[in-house]
Write a protein that binds this ligand. Sequence first.
Ligand code: DGL
Length: 244
Amino acid sequence: MRVGVFDSGAGGLTVAKSLLENPLFEEIVYYGDTARVPYGPKDSNTIIRYGLEAIEFFNNFDIDVLITACNTVSAYALNDMRQKAKYPVYGVIEPGIWALANKIKRQDANILIIGTRATINSGEYQKNLQNLGFKNLTSIQTGMLVPIVEEGILEGPVLDEMLNHYFNSIKTPDAIILGCTHFPLISKAIKNYFNSRPVLIHSGEAIVEYLLHKGYKKTDKKPEITIYASDNVEGLRNISKKWL
Ligand code: DGL
């Protein structure tokens, strides 16, 4: 089977990496909209339009299923994308919530949700977690972590200072939803910041578990990945060499 993986840029490679390490599909077609990243500060109608344009892009590839690795697109554009696509389209928010609910049984657990401005403003994680009965939710827009990761800063004082900027006034959470494609790359620093206490929810791991639960099967074949970008293909190729 051939899966499309769509992201606003390079961050979705963290989801592609999970699919490479836990093969469910023989072929992965990755598309990063590097010409228009970041999506996080954009309005909902723009994000929906970009999501629909991604469906047009994937029409060239005869994919069997599409994974929207981008949390921001998952928060706003899934319904519209599903109406336009001839194949199933999965986002990462529902799988993330499902993974959290499997790991955290106490409904009074402190849960921190971090993501882009658009993802946090959509309230999608918060609404769905509340519907499951989780009561203690904190959500923080941590968009500045995106360019830091893009710069390849995955540890050290600059990152630690930024984590301190965002997290210094909050109580150590029991779980953190890494609600942005880039954040798994700094999961070690985030965990260290909170003295290793919180359980971290990673979109890539969550979607693999979720698709297995939906009946997709593991394959023994190592997937082939082809990477496309709307701009700076060389840049994405270099990042993919480092991250994958
Ligand atoms: N891919 C985006 C997400 O997961 C982060 C980068 C962006 O703002 O486009 O929300």
